[in-house]
Design a protein around this ligand. Structure first.
Ligand code: ADP
Ligand code: MG
Length: 393
């Protein structure tokens, strides 16, 4: 463990009184915008179940009291998520509550418990052994992709059945173990129930605060006393469009980028589609925009102007661009995958083609990267799609 990490862990142990009585911190395994995650050993865990997982018929292997004690003390690891104190209590409560509600959902990392010490809240989850996406995205084969997405969509189907949107589907929030061919969904920090608008309330609050500050600024006062001519209407009463835009750039669905106010679970399906596109093109990150406008333009590069204009209209927006390089009809996903994987015409001038299983993957991908959320594939449809249907047969 690096010195700086060791210092950080020591500081955490000091500030969170009593945590080291129950857990032994081992390492820091994640550091994000909203939390720091540590791997730890649960010192009070009693592994009764595993005492008996020896072959009962083989007397020679019957455990002596000594080995029983040893087995029962087999280390049990947890992930301790320290949620930053800057997160609002409503947000923290929301994450813990949703995790609690999803405790029986397959492939969703369950919440073991949570603690609070003063203003600090920690969530305790079972530690899940997984590999970093960057280690395997370049060489994942189609049969492995089927297993990956079967696991992911089984999790999402359960989450969506509860009418919960995850809102932040991306590789770092789906911990995958290629050896076991299974993964678990983590990080419900941005998740919400379909139809809630507490987040919008929070946004409104922030916007109102900002408005107040702007309205009372020196600039505004000079404006009002008529010092400078203004090209803008002085009392613009039109309210600006507000919608939940939380998520990670590059994984946001078009309707999120277009600030659609009625977003539902289909936004997670788009994000999952971006993961599949990443795996098929072997480019990570595939989309890399700095803001929402750039993100829309990146999507336009693929799907073309026409589709983006139609999509904008669906959400009561207008999409216009004067950038000449965007084609009207866009490019097929097949072509993009061939380009990205360096497959060009052969010596005889024959056009390259995708393999059969890749073609099936692309057909599946079209269902996920559908710009119209109403037509987009659902998690249940995904599991029954030929790409995944026969995975466990
Ligand atoms: P954040 O809100 O900060 O993104 P996450 O819940 O996504 O927090 O956790 C951050 C990282 O910590 C994950 O990407 C993963 O690497 C690691 N992590 C989180 N939960 C677990 C777990 N149960 N087992 C193993 N690693 C985990
Ligand atoms: Mg995360």
């Amino acid at each position: 463990v690096e010195d700086s990490v060791a210092d950080d862990m020591a500081r955490f142990e000091d500030s969170f009184v009593g945590i080291n009585k129950r857990y032994r911190l081992i390492n820091r395994i994640g550091e994000g915008t909203f939390s720091t995650v540590y791997k730890a050993e649960d010192l009070e865990y009693n592994d009764y179940q595993n005492r008996w997982d020896i072959d009962e018929r083989d007397e020679s292997k019957w455990a002596s009291p000594k080995t029983l004690r040893k087995q029962s003390r087999r280390a049990h690891y947890v992930a301790i998520k320290k949620i930053y104190v800057t997160s609002s209590p409503i947000r923290i409560f929301n994450e813990l509550e949703l995790l609690h509600d999803l405790r029986d959902s397959p492939f969703v990392c369950p919440l073991i418990t949570a603690f609070r010490h003063m203003d600090q809240v920690v969530a305790v989850l079972p530690y899940f052994q997984h590999r970093d996406f960057r280690e395997y995205y370049r060489d994942m084969r189609i049969p492995e992709m089927r297993l990956y997405f079967h696991s992911l969509f089984t999790a999402l189907r359960a989450v969506h059945q509860e009418r919960i949107l995850h809102r932040d589907i991306k590789p770092t929030n789906f911990l995958y173990n290629p050896e076991q061919a299974r993964g678990v969904l983590v990080d419900f920090g941005l998740a919400e129930r379909e139809g809630t608008d507490w987040h919008q309330c929070a946004c409104t609050l922030a916007t109102e605060e900002r408005r107040y500050r702007i309205a009372h600024s020196v600039y505004a006062q000079t404006q009002q006393s008529g010092h400078q001519p203004s090209a803008y209407p002085k009392n613009d009463t039109r309210s600006s469009r507000r919608a939940n835009r939380a998520g990670t750039r590059g994984f946001r669905a078009p309707e999120v980028l277009l600030k659609c106010t009625q977003q539902n679970t289909s936004i997670d399906m788009w994000s999952a589609g971006v993961i599949l596109l990443t795996l098929l093109t072997r480019r990570f990150p595939f989309f890399h925009s700095a803001d929402d406008i750039d993100a829309l333009l990146e999507i336009t590069t693929i799907f073309g102007r026409k589709k983006m204009k139609d999509t904008a209209i669906l959400h009561g927006q207008v999409f216009e661009t004067n950038i000449p390089s965007y084609s009207e009809g866009g490019h097929s996903l097949e072509k993009i995958i061939l380009w990205c994987t360096g497959r060009t015409k052969d010596d005889k001038g024959n056009k390259p083609e995708l393999q059969d299983d890749e073609k099936q993957a692309v057909q599946f991908l079209y269902g996920l990267l559908e710009v119209d959320p109403v037509k987009r594939m659902t998690a249940d449809e995904a599991i029954n799609h030929p790409f995944l249907a026969k995975v466990y047969e």
